[in-house]
Design a binder for this molecule. Sequence first.
Ligand SMILES: [Zn+2]
Length: 249
Amino acid sequence: MGKRKRKSCIYCLYKEGSTKDHLFPRRWYPSSTSSKIQRITVPACRECNQKYAKIEDALFLRVAVSLEDPVDGARGLSEIGMKRLRFSDHPIGSKEYKVRKKAFMELLEELQPYKPESTLDGFGPKPEIRSEFAVKIGTERLLKIGEKIVKGLEYELFGRLVRPPRRVEIYPVYINDRLTPYYEKWQELLDPVKKVMNLGPAFKVEFGTDPCNAETSLFRMRIWDHITIWGWCINRTRIVRTSRNPVHQ
Ligand SMILES: [Zn+2]
């Protein structure tokens, strides 16, 4: 047998990809997902895997408690989210009590006033709850996870790594989004070349590459039938202006 080539982590690119990272975390799949649906995994180092798992957990919890169940792509997730915050039925001082209470307090501290412009498309005020507060999902979290998923899709769909100068740009869609005209243009670009990957009711990815430049790819990710995230993988020359001249990087 030949020596197996060591795979590197597809995220940081330098450590050994000694673990399998679930591109869409296992916990994110609603129970209505068929067992036949492929759960994509990619090689990742332990550090990246753990780093993303933390963000994925925090993101899941915040989205899950804001979700409504009737949509198939999100079935049962809100119940899971609420359950993970319930600490009153655990003995005070037990590990589970501490974990759940900490998660609850963190979420509480992050509550912010409801603002339509910073609310994710697919969510909105709940007339039955007379509250002007909103759960903070965290744009940073969405950007990091969006970037992770695009890197994973580049690897899974095109068999390639995202190495500089190629990089990922992520755009989560908000209510009243000022970027809407761009999204419409991007959909026009994507439609003639797009392929669709369905990963059960919770995840759908439309993707395509630029016919004139195979290094440029565009992704439209739909998660839990609520959240839409656009992702670009591009090779763009950045122009940095200095006091004297524009310098190409
Ligand atoms: Zn890594």
